[in-house]
Design a protein around this ligand. Structure first.
Ligand code: S3P
Length: 443
C-alpha cells in the first residue's frame, strides 16, 4: 500500500501525452496474437492490466517482445492455433482481460484456469459464461459465476446470435472473439452502442465485420467466422479515460491552460467531453486525424466555471468509466448535476457508485443516491476536502479523489496509490509536472 496526499495546487500549465488506451491495448495484443505474421504496436499502454494480457498471450503460445524504443512486436499463431497454458491465467485487476480472454479460449480445444485479484474475484462473469456456453464452451465457476473459474473450450464452436442483456463492450467482444473460431456468422445485438474498438480492429486485421443500426441507439454486429487475420501495424491513441483526470484538474484550477496531445476521440468514448462542454467547459479539439482506424485529436483545456446539468442514462455506455471524475467536477459546479443509469458502476473494479458517494460525502459534498441515479450538489466553490479515501483496489477512485484534493480547501489523502498503475503509469509525475502537488504520505 502506498498512501498518497494531494494538496492545493496553483494553476496547471503545459502540454502532455497520456498513456495508451487500455481497451485498445488489450485488443491489439489479443488480435495480433491471432494474426498470421508480425504486428508492430506503437503507444501500447504498459499498465498492469495490459501487461497481464501480454503474459497470458505468451502462455497461450504467441511471441510478444518489447523493443528498446517502447514499440511492441507480436508474432501471431493464427486463429485456432493457441496452445493450452500450463499455469493458471492471473488477470490481476482486469475485467477486460478476463472477459475477452475467456471468449478467446472458449473457441479453442484447450482448457484454461482464470483468476485475479480480490476485486476481480468479486466481479460477475455470468454475463460472459452464458453466451460462451451457448457457443459450446464448458465453464466451471465459483458460486455466482465468479473467478477462479475454468474454461473448457469448444472443439467445434457454434456461431450464435446474441442479444446483450447489459450494454457491455466486454461481453460483446468476448462473443466476437469466440466467433472468430466458429464457422458462419456470429451476431451480437446491443441495446445501446458501446465502444467499438473490437469491431474497428477486426476490420483493420482483415476480418469481415458488418455493423447495422438496431432499435433505439442499438447496433447489430455480424462477424464472419474463421477468417485469416493478417498482421497489421497499430498506433494506440492516448486513453480518453486517462486524459479525463488532467482535463478535469485543469478545468477546476483557476488560471490553468493544458494541452493533452494524441487523445482518442472515438464517438463511443466521448460522453465525458460532451458532458463537460454542456457544463460550460472550455475544451478545444485540434489536429484531428485517424490513426490505426481510430479518431485522435489534441485537446486544449482552459479553467472554466462549470454548471450542473442532467446527464441522461443513454449516455452512460459512452462514458461508463468517467463517472468518478465527472462526480468530482460536479462537486465544484454551480447547481445540481444528476447522473442517470449508473447501475453498472456497482460491478466495476469497486462498487463505484458507493465509493464515489462515500468519498464525496467525506469531502463535505452534498449528494443523494437513489436507485441508479446520483445527484451531486455543486456549491460553485471548492468543497472542504480533508478526508481519507478508501480506494478499494480501484484506480479511477484513487485518481478522481487526488484531483479533488488538488482543488479542495484541505488536502485529500488516499489509502493506496499503487492501483493507479493498472491504467495510468506515471500519473503522479504527469500531474506534478503540470503543477500539482501529489506526494507520498510520510509514515
Ligand atoms: C471496456 C468496457 C467497459 C469499461 C472497461 C473497458 C472494454 O466495461 O468499463 O473499463 O475494454 O471493453 P463493460 O463492458 O463491463 O461496460
Amino acid at each position: 500500500m502506498t498512501p498518497l496526499t494531494s494538496g492545493t495546487a496553483g494553476p496547471l500549465n503545459g502540454r502532455v501525452r497520456v498513456p495508451g488506451d487500455k481497451s485498445i491495448s488489450h485488443r491489439a495484443l489479443i488480435l495480433g496474437s491471432l494474426a498470421v505474421g508480425r504486428t508492430q504496436i506503437r503507444g501500447l499502454l504498459e499498465g498492469e492490466d495490459v501487461l497481464r494480457t501480454a503474459a497470458v498471450m505468451r502462455a497461450l503460445g504467441a511471441t510478444l517482445a518489447r523493443g528498446a524504443g517502447g514499440e511492441w512486436s507480436v508474432d501471431g499463431v493464427g486463429i485456432g492455433g493457441l496452445a493450452e497454458p500450463e499455469e493458471t491465467l492471473d488477470l490481476g485487476n482486469s475485467g477486460t482481460g478476463a472477459r475477452l480472454l475467456m471468449g478467446l479460449v472458449a473457441a479453442h480445444p484447450i482448457t484454461a484456469f482464470f483468476t485475479g485479484d480480490a476485486s476481480l474475484r468479486r466481479r460477475p462473469m455470468a454475463r460472459v459464461i452464458e453466451p460462451l456456453s451457448r457457443m459450446g464452451a464448458r465453464i466451471i465457476a465459483r458460486d455466482g459465476g465468479r473467478l477462479p473459474l475454468a474454461v473448457i473450450g469448444a472443439t467445434s464452436p457454434l456461431p450464435i446470435e446474441y442479444r446483450l442483456p447489459v450494454a457491455s463492450a466486454q461481453v460483446k467482444s468476448a462473443v466476437l472473439l469466440a466467433g472468430l473460431g466458429a464457422p458462419g456468422a456470429t451476431t451480437v445485438i446491443e441495446p445501446e452502442a458501446t465502444r467499438d474498438h473490437s469491431e474497428r480492429m477486426l476490420l483493420h486485421f482483415g476480418a469481415a465485420v458488418t455493423v447495422a443500426a438496431a432499435e433505439g441507439n442499438g447496433r447489430r454486429i455480424t462477424l464472419h467466422g474463421q477468417p485469416e487475420l493478417r498482421a497489421a501495424n497499430l498506433v494506440v491513441p492516448g486513453d480518453p479515460s486517462s486524459a479525463a483526470f488532467p482535463m478535469v484538474a485543469a478545468l477546476l484550477m483557476p488560471g490553468s491552460q493544458v494541452v493533452i496531445e494524441g487523445v482518442g476521440v472515438n464517438p463511443l468514448r466521448s460522453g465525458l467531453f460532451e458532458t463537460l462542454r454542456e457544463m460550460g467547459a472550455d475544451l478545444a479539439f485540434s489536429n484531428e486525424r485517424v490513426e490505426g482506424g481510430e479518431p485522435v485529436a489534441d485537446i486544449a483545456v482552459r479553467a472554466s466555471r462549470l454548471r450542473g446539468i442532467e446527464v441522461p442514462a443513454s449516455r452512460a455506455p459512452r462514458m461508463i468509466d468517467e463517472y468518478p471524475i465527472l462526480a468530482v467536477a460536479a462537486a465544484f459546479a454551480r447547481g445540481r448535476t444528476v447522473m442517470h443509469g449508473l447501475g453498472e458502476l456497482r460491478v466495476k473494479e469497486s462498487d463505484r457508485l458507493g465509493a464515489i458517494a462515500q468519498g464525496l460525502a467525506a469531502c463535505g459534498v452534498k449528494l443523494a443516491v437513489s436507485g441508479d441515479t446520483l445527484a451531486v450538489e455543486g456549491s460553485d466553490a471548492p468543497p472542504a476536502g480533508g478526508a481519507a479515501i478508501q480506494t478499494q483496489l480501484d484506480h479511477r477512485i484513487a485518481m478522481a479523489f487526488l484531483v479533488l484534493g488538488m482543488a479542495a480547501r484541505q488536502p485529500v489523502r488516499i489509502d493506496d496509490g499503487e492501483t493507479i498503475g493498472t491504467s495510468f503509469p506515471g500519473f503522479v509525475g504527469l500531474l506534478n509536472g503540470l503543477g500539482a502537488t501529489i506526494a507520498p504520505v510520510a509514515r
